[in-house]
Write a protein that binds this ligand. Sequence first.
Ligand code: SER
Ligand code: ZN
Length: 594
Amino acid sequence: MKDAQPRTIRLEDYRLPDFLVDSIELHVELGDEVTRVRSRLALRRNPAAQTVDAPLRLDGQQLVLGSLALDGRELAQQDFHYDGEVLRLERVPAAFVLQSEIEIQPQLNTALEGLYRSRQMFCTQCEAEGFRRITFFPDRPDVLALFSTTIVADRARYPVLLGNGNDVERGVLDDGRHWVRWEDPFPKPCYLFALVAGNLESLDDAFVTASGRTVQLRIFVESKDLDKCAFAMQALKQAMRWDEQVYGREYDLDVFMIVAVDDFNMGAMENKGLNIFNTSCVLANPAITTDASFQRIAGIVAHEYFHNWSGNRVTCRDWFQLSLKEGFTVFRDSEFSADTGSRTVKRIEDVTLLRTSQFAEDGGPMAHPVRPESYIEINNFYTVTIYEKGAEVVRMIRELIGAQAFRAGSDLYFARHDGQAVTTEDFVCAMEEASGRDLEQFRRWYTQAGTPLLAVSDEYDAARKLYRLHVRQSCPPTPGQPEKAPFHIPLRFGLVGSDGDLALGEGLTERVLELTEPSHSFEFTDIAQRPIPSLLRGFSAPVKLEYPYSPDDLARLMQCDSDGFARWDAGQTLAVQVLRAHIDTIAAGRTPAA
Ligand code: SER
Ligand code: ZN
C-alpha cells in the first residue's frame, strides 16, 4: 500500500548502497495477457558502505511474484517480505545469486513508465524510476550492473526485438515465437535499460569512428514512417563527428539504434545504445516539417546521442544530481546547434526560452536550485531550471575558465569518472583542477535558486577620458531561501562608440568582468568619447540586467555592437521601451505618434 503521506527524499540523507549488483540476466517473455520476467542478479555487499548486516532491500512496483530463489534454493513465504514496493530479505550472505520470476501486464500499463505497449509495439521508459515496474532491483542510479537481456515474443507480430548493447544470439522456438539475446558490455544503472519489440522497419547506415571502427546506425519506425527518417540519420552522424572533434568522445558499441514511438512521455530517452524517441522528435521530411522542427529534431537527436558520455559512461550518483547530466548535455547540444547552424540565432532561441520559462519558474513558488535539496516526486524535477539553467551554469564555467581549460576539465572529468556515478561537485572539481581556478563561490549557482538582478550605472569624464561602470547584484528571496549570498557572475562586456567597439587596452575590445561582491566599480582609461556599454554579451550569465539606456543608445547598439546577441537584445529592449511609451501616452488620453 502507498503511504498516505508523501515522503520527502533529502540529499543530506544520501547513503551508499548496501548492495552492489555485478550482473543481471533478464529473460522477458512478452505475452498478450501476461509478460513473464525472470531475472538472475549477482549481488554482493558493498564494502564501501560498511553495513555488514543490513537487510537486502530491492525496489519492485506492484510486481506479481511467482518464485524467488537464493543461490538456487527456493525461498518460502517467511524468508522474505514484499509490500508491493520493497522486497526485503533480512539475512543474506556477503555474495549471492537471487533469482526471481514475476509477472507483469504491459498492455494495462498506462503510466508510460516501465514496460508498456504503444500501439502494436512493446517499449520501455525507465528514467527515473521505471525499472522497478519490470523486476526487483536497487532502482537508484549509483548501482551499475552488467546487463544481459533475452527477449522472447511471437515471431510474426514482433519480428524485431531490441535491447541494450550488442545482439549476441538468436533463435526460433517451436511454438511460433523467437528470441534474441542482447549483451551490454558497459555497466549501467537500471534507468538506462531499454527493450523494444514490434513490427518495425529500419533505415540503416554506418559511421566510421575517429579510430576507424565501423558502427552500424539504425532508426526503427513503423513502415509508414520510413520515409521520414533520413534527416534524423544525417543529424546523428553529424552529432557523432562533432562529439569526436569538440569533446574527443567516440561511440563505444558496434550498433547505435533509435526507435520512434507514438506514446512517449519524455521527448526522448538516452538508453544505452537504444535511444527511444517520441515520433514527434524524430520524424521529419520537407513535405510536412517546418525549418524550426528540423532544427529541434537535430538538437534532440544530438542531445540523446551526447548522453552516451555525459550521462551514460559517467552517470549521476542520485537524482539530486540530475543537472550533472542534463545541464551539461543541454549545453553540449546547444553548442552543436550553434556550430552547425547560426550561433547567434541559437543563442537568441535559448535565451528566449530561459527568460520566458526559466525566469518565471525561478521567480515563482516552484523555484528550486539547479541541485535541489529535496524532492517528493522526482518526475516533477525534469524542469527548465535543471535543464536550461543547468546548461547556463556549465556555460558560465567555460566563460570564466576559457574554452581550452574547459576542454581539459571535460577530458579530466570523463577520464576520472568513466564507469562511475558522480555529483555536480565532481564536475566542478575537474574544472577547477584543469583550470587552476577557484570556483568555490561559483558553486552557489548550484545551491541558490532565483534569478540575480544586475543594476548597472556609469559615468564618463570627458576631460580625463575616464569611464566608470558600477554594477550591483542582488537576488530576490525564493521559497526556503530568504537571503542570498552574492553569486560569481561573468559579465562579458564591451564599449561601443560612434563607429563600433572601442579599445579597452591590451588590444582587447571585449572583456569578461567577474562579479563576486554585492557591488563593484570598474574604471577604463583612455576612452576618447562617451561610450555606450554593451553589457552581458552573448548572455554570459542567466541574470536580469537594468541600465538606463536611451532610445538613441539602443539604436546605436543595434547598429554597431559587434556581438550579434547584444544587437538583437538592444532591439528587444528598444521595442519594449517604445511600446511602454505608447501605452503611457494612450493611458494619458493622447494618441501616440506614428
Ligand atoms: N533523460 C531524458 C533526456 O533528457 C529525459 O527526457 O534526454
Ligand atoms: Zn537529457
